[in-house]
Design a protein around this ligand. Structure first.
Ligand SMILES: C[S@@+](CC[C@H](N)C(=O)[O-])C[C@H]1O[C@@H](n2cnc3c(N)ncnc32)[C@H](O)[C@@H]1O
Length: 259
């Protein structure tokens, strides 16, 4: 990924984390413009982790439970749910706003550590460091298949043999609706929003007053390429979920991978 692209991605997520983090994470209308119940939101993370770890147990993977990584942790929806299962859980995110929120919400969870990570690899971690790596709803936003592949390689490098990598990836993404025509009220609001953001107006203000939203890109990767990239680094797909289709038409799969 070019450094310019990375900067743009980081800025967009920084804005989402300031303006409307719960909606940005689950994209469900119930959370739009900071509505919805945070406890219910966090409960979705516990349900997801519980289902996935049950599957990991059935596969007899990740039998040691020392360290887990939640890559693209957002406000810690999944991270806090891993805390009772592992000795130590690290949540990494590109957006400082997300990490700060995660730290404040989960301040009483003493074995969760939240850090900002703006880079293209996970060089801060040695090989075979984590028993489990989880990354849900993240790689789809990286902007290119090669960037996704790069992170799959890194996840496998830092995964202990016999550990579990749990990763969600879409094979089809919804086509974003075209922006509203400029000479309409919505079109003008959108352009005006970007203009004001460029002048430094807070994203939260623009989001609530003008319905302006930061950028959110989606990238798909075929199941064949995913398998090829995983196998090229000595990984093995132990489980593939049934496909899940969201309201916009994005079709996703969760893979449990070991090496
Ligand atoms: C849709 S949210 C999902 C959050 C979390 N995984 C969950 O399921 O609750 C995507 C998150 O990935 C983060 N993110 C996007 N690109 C990233 C990157 N290159 N490195 C680290 N985090 C990234 C965003 O800041 C955002 O918090």
């Amino acid at each position: 990924m070019s450094s310019q692209r990375l900067k743009r991605l980081s800025k967009a997520w920084q804005d989402w984390g300031t303006a409307d983090p719960l909606y940005a994470i689950l994209s469900s209308p119930e959370y739009w413009q900071n509505k919805g119940d945070i406890n219910r939101f966090l409960a979705t993370g516990r349900e997801t982790v519980s289902d996935l770890m049950q599957r990991v147990d059935e596969l007899n993977l990740c039998t040691e439970r020392r360290r887990a990584l939640d890559f693209g942790c957002g406000i810690g929806r999944l991270t806090h749910a891993l805390a009772p299962i592992f000795d130590q859980v690290v949540g990494l995110d590109i957006a400082t706003s997300m990490v700060e929120r995660a730290r404040s919400i989960h301040s009483s969870v003493t074995n969760c550590y939240f850090e900002v990570e703006v880079g293209e690899d996970l060089g801060r971690f040695p090989d075979a460091y984590f028993d489990c790596v989880i990354s849900l709803l993240v790689l789809q936003h990286l902007g290119s298949e090669d960037a996704i592949a790069g992170y799959l390689h890194e996840f496998l490098r830092i995964l202990r043999p016999g550990g579990a990598l749990i990763v969600q990836l879409p094979t089809t993404v919804s086509v974003a609706p075209p922006p509203p025509p400029l000479m309409t009220r919505r079109g003008m609001k959108r352009i005006f929003g970007y203009f004001l953001r460029g002048l430094g107006v807070s994203p939260a203000r623009l989001h609530s007053r003008l319905d302006w939203s930061p950028e959110m890109t989606m990238t798909a990767i075929s199941a064949e390429r995913t398998k090829r990239e995983i196998e090229s680094k000595g990984g093995r797909i132990a489980f593939t979920s049934a496909p899940e289709t969201d309201s916009g038409g994005t079709v996703s799969w969760v893979y449990i991978v070991t090496r």
